[in-house]
Ligand binder design. Structure first.
Ligand code: OFO
Length: 186
């Protein structure tokens, strides 16, 4: 059996390619939110979104590399156009949370599919994303709570904006999905 890769089923390969596209779509959404926030002069929140978009690109590459490692074919599809306007900063982050909940249910569906197909390598790979989604939802929720507490206070909004300027990019190390230059193997 040496040298033989246990191939992905067509069903799993399609689901992983769809999620690769959805992660790129996530990056695109957060880039659109970043552009909107920059336009409003909220550079701290925009910084938070820029890092969010960078993380999503790495999440996408995780799927990309995993598909290849399992002997599958990566198929890139068109990325849907994101929204360009939101009525408030709160609306931006409510939209973020809403989007992350959709991502969570998609990730769970792939994990469930992998279990039903007895593809335990894919099931294991999805575990990192399951954990990541807990963090993604909690981060968005935390910012929503802060923004609700700020209510209509411009001073508090500016303070929250400055806080978000502190966020720095940390390369997400996805077990089984990392081939990016400079990324240490986990
Ligand atoms: Fe990829 O975690 Fe957000 O979408």
């Amino acid at each position: 059996m040496e040298g033989i890769i246990i191939m992905l089923t067509k069903k799993i390969e399609a689901a992983l390619n769809d999620q690769l596209n959805f992660e790129l779509y996530s990056a695109y959404i957060y880039m659109a939110m970043q552009a909107h926030l920059r336009f409003q002069g909220l550079n701290g929140f925009a910084n938070w979104m820029q890092i969010q978009a960078q993380e999503e690109s790495v999440h996408a590459m995780g799927f990309y590399n995993f598909i290849i490692d399992r002997g599958g074919k990566v198929v890139l599809k068109a990325i849907a156009q994101p929204k360009t306007e939101w009525k408030s900063v709160l609306a931006v982050f409510e939209n973020t949370l809403e989007h992350e909940c959709i991502v969570t249910s998609r990730i769970n569906n792939i994990a469930a599919l992998a279990e039903s197909e007895k593809d335990f390598a894919t099931r294991n790979f999805m575990q990192w994303y399951i954990g990541e989604q807990v963090e993604e939802e909690s981060n968005a929720n935390g910012i929503i709570n802060d923004l609700k507490l700020a209510a209509n206070s411009k001073e508090t909004l500016l303070m929250l904006d400055r806080e978000r300027a502190q966020r720095v990019f940390a390369f997400p190390l996805i077990p089984g999905g990392m081939k990016a230059p400079g990324a240490a193997a986990p």
